[in-house]
Ligand binder design. Structure first.
Ligand code: PLP
Length: 408
């Protein structure tokens, strides 16, 4: 065993965190692609559409007009005004300019909110399956993720009873993600109100409503937490961004509304770390929020058609895979428990969902993410925001590979 040099010491804070499993899946796929294999990735959490032309133009103009300098740390006054308008228009939420912030992705807001408010030993409740970064962000902030398994029979949604049973004096946050990555679960207004009923008397608990998939809802109506429970407005951080709604993942622009004390803390953290989000991306986000929204209906219908096509093809992967129809977002969370322990044609026994995902990459040439990355093992996450013909082929190849499995 080699002994690390004394200089090679990470902080205890970082030593708590695990690397992103979605990143690892993409990396494995890239390695095979570099060897000349044709790999279709269903691992990426982003739309394959181009950023709309009016947004591109707004950003280009920002460069040509020379608006390429530092801006206010929490975003330009124009972008903040557009964020206030967006929350009022789409969510019925009334925020003042001092209660909103723009940041380098919704991810930065989530991370900074936890860093700003979580002390060692504080607990943060989240339902599994959850987005991969939630638990690790809590750990890096020094807190304890309290993971509550959401039952598939409850459509992967947290129940008020589960929430009630998990609350302790150390509970600091409930992290809510609706529509959910990876399950596609969408909480109704009534379900959010039932969670609010549990939280109301626990004054120390804040709610982080991660609404990043708001624009991609197929069945049911989107409602954000503070809209469902207006009396919880001052205890809620409403997080959103243009990454998933306007096909702008690379622009790195997210935003939030929340109580002024918290928004000030987020600005303080940004001011001492990254400063303002890119001025060019801010101009793009301004065009996204203020500009036409009607094209989103067309995008949603294309995604709905892909969801339904993938579901129909993957039906033939039974009994190894069983897939529910998600209400929202662009992921399928396929139950693969029947395939665990199965034998591959190469004589390998598939020990868990990670082994199945690794085998599908080799055998089917399709990259997916094992559910264990999202805190709920025995599942695979398939992102279907990919071109129709590639998605069809990927699903057919998964089915063909599954049909070669045998019971041990
Ligand atoms: C649930 C969830 N929240 C937040 C983010 C981060 O979004 P952004 O690109 O704005 O940082 C993602 C990205 O995958 C996500 O899935």
């Amino acid at each position: 065993m080699t002994i690390p040099h004394p200089s090679q010491r990470l902080s205890a804070r970082l030593a708590q965190a695990r690397p992103s499993a979605t990143g690892a899946a993409s990396e494995a796929a890239r390695r095979l692609a570099a060897q000349g294999r044709r790999i279709i990735s269903l691992a990426e959490g982003e739309l394959d559409f181009d950023t709309p032309a009016h947004i591109q133009q707004a950003a280009i103009q920002t460069i040509t007009y020379g608006q390429t300098r530092y801006t206010s740390v929490g975003g330009t006054p124009a972008l903040k005004a557009a964020i206030v308008t967006k929350f009022a228009r789409d969510n019925g939420l009334d925020y003042q300019i001092g209660e909103v912030i723009a940041a380098t992705g919704a991810k930065q807001i989530l991370f900074n909110a936890l860093l700003a408010t979580v002390d060692a030993g504080d607990e943060v409740i989240m339902a599994a399956p959850y987005w991969v970064s939630y638990s690790e962000m809590v750990r890096i902030a020094g807190g304890e993720p309290v993971v509550l398994p959401a039952s598939p029979n409850a459509d992967f949604k947290l129940t008020p009873q589960q929430l009630q049973a998990a609350i302790t004096p150390r509970t600091r946050w409930l992290m809510l993600n609706s529509p959910c990555n990876p399950s596609g679960a969408l909480y109704s207004a009534d379900e959010l109100r039932a969670l609010a009923d549990v939280l109301r008397t626990h004054q120390q608990i804040m709610v982080l409503a991660d609404d990043i998939y708001e624009a991609i809802v197929f069945d049911g109506a989107f409602c954000t937490f503070a809209q469902a429970a207006p009396d919880m407005h001052s205890r809620t951080l409403t997080v959103n961004g243009v990454s998933k709604s306007h096909a702008m993942t690379g622009w790195r622009l997210g935003y939030a509304g929340g109580p002024q004390w918290l928004i000030r803390a987020l600005e303080l953290l940004q001011s001492q770390s990254t400063s303002n989000p890119s001025s060019i991306s801010q101009a793009g986000a301004l065009a996204a929020l203020d500009g036409p929204q009607d094209f989103l209906d067309g995008w949603r219908e294309r995604l709905r058609a892909r969801r339904d096509m993938a579901l129909s093809i993957l039906g033939d992967a039974a009994p190894w895979l069983s897939v529910r129809k998600p209400a929202a977002a662009f992921y399928l969370y396929a139950d693969c428990q029947a395939a665990i322990g199965a034998l591959t044609p190469q004589g390998q026994r598939l020990a868990d969902d990670a082994a199945l995902a690794a085998w599908l990459l080799e055998e089917a040439g399709v990259s997916v993410v094992p559910g264990s990355a999202f805190g709920m093992a025995g599942y695979l996450r398939l992102a279907y925001a990919t071109a129709d013909d590639r998605l069809r082929l990927a699903c057919e190849q998964i089915v063909a590979a599954c049909q070669r499995l045998q019971r041990a």
